[in-house]
Design a protein around this ligand. Structure first.
Ligand SMILES: [Zn+2]
Length: 279
């Protein structure tokens, strides 16, 4: 069971040498560190050539590193029609170039609820997401779109929101950021074995047993206020009970990827990898 999860970082490891640097250097460094997954942080914009994508893909294949993409932050499924044009292009570009680079999963922040209840934004958001997923399928761009669970209550991205997206739109599955789910409560809840257990059971009931074998997880320490997420922290400096969470994942025989975006990302990824192996 030690290989149940691939561990890695969101963005280049901090220890990536300056030469060759870039994404190729980051993939090499993930391999050097004994990690097995990397999420490319295309968080400002998607600016990459098809040639560069081909190089990334072959390097990752050679070193057996699993790739995913973090799409630009400025995506909002609930934007005005006018803003949606650019939001949509960012998501579709991340998927297209990501697929060329060998990434299988495209993570994105679903957007803002603008303080209105789910029944007021659900229709348009599902319609837009389904439009993207359908077009990717038509163009034979085989990726899983992963709306992320978000750390603030004002954002679309509760566990239930992301499960609902998956149930409504084929080709969509959640990116489970458990630190965000903990911070989202604003009161320290969602941090016990019982609560993580409930999440996993809810996930399984919504998406089936097989979906538990391909989880895409973000995990870091986190600082929060009553409104939710403030910033990411190193695991050992935060109150996140990550060992309890890893135990629950192990008990339920979950598998997939766990990616770390703490300020000491590769150290924490290695810490989690070791903790999981010891279970
Ligand atoms: Zn994110």
């Amino acid at each position: 069971m030690t290989n149940s999860f691939l561990f890695g970082t969101v963005g280049s490891p901090l220890s990536t040498p300056s030469k060759p640097g870039g994404t190729i250097g980051a993939i090499n460094q993930i391999h050097q560190l004994g990690l097995h997954a990397l999420e490319l942080g295309w968080v400002r914009a998607v600016r990459i050539s098809e040639e560069a994508c081909a190089q990334i893909k072959s390097t990752a294949q050679e070193l057996d590193i699993s790739l995913s993409i973090h799409a630009p932050y400025f995506i909002n499924l609930n934007a005005t029609d006018e803003e949606w044009i650019n939001s949509r292009k960012r998501l579709m570009d991340a998927a297209y170039f990501g697929y060329l680079a060998g990434a299988t999963d495209i993570v994105f922040h679903p957007g803002s609820s603008f303080g209105v209840p789910v029944n007021e934004w659900k229709k348009i958001v599902i319609e837009r997401l389904a439009g993207c997923a359908n077009q990717l399928k038509e163009r034979e761009i085989i990726v899983t779109l992963r709306p992320e669970t978000m750390g603030k209550q004002a954002l679309i991205g509760s566990l239930q929101d992301t499960l609902m997206f998956s149930q409504e739109v084929p080709g969509v599955e959640p990116c489970l950021d458990f630190a965000h789910l903990h911070a989202r409560t604003g009161n320290g809840m969602m941090n016990s074995e019982e609560e993580w257990e409930k999440c996993i059971v809810e996930y399984q009931q919504a998406l089936g047993d097989e979906a538990l074998k391909r989880l895409h997880i973000h995990l870091s320490g986190i600082e929060y206020t009553e409104k939710g997420e403030k910033k990411h922290l190193p695991l050992e400096e935060s109150d996140l009970n990550y060992k309890a969470l890893l135990r629950v994942l192990s008990v339920h025989k979950c598998a997939g990827r766990i990616l770390c975006e703490s300020p000491i990302m590769e150290d924490d990824a290695l810490l989690m990898q070791k903790a999981m192996q010891e279970l």
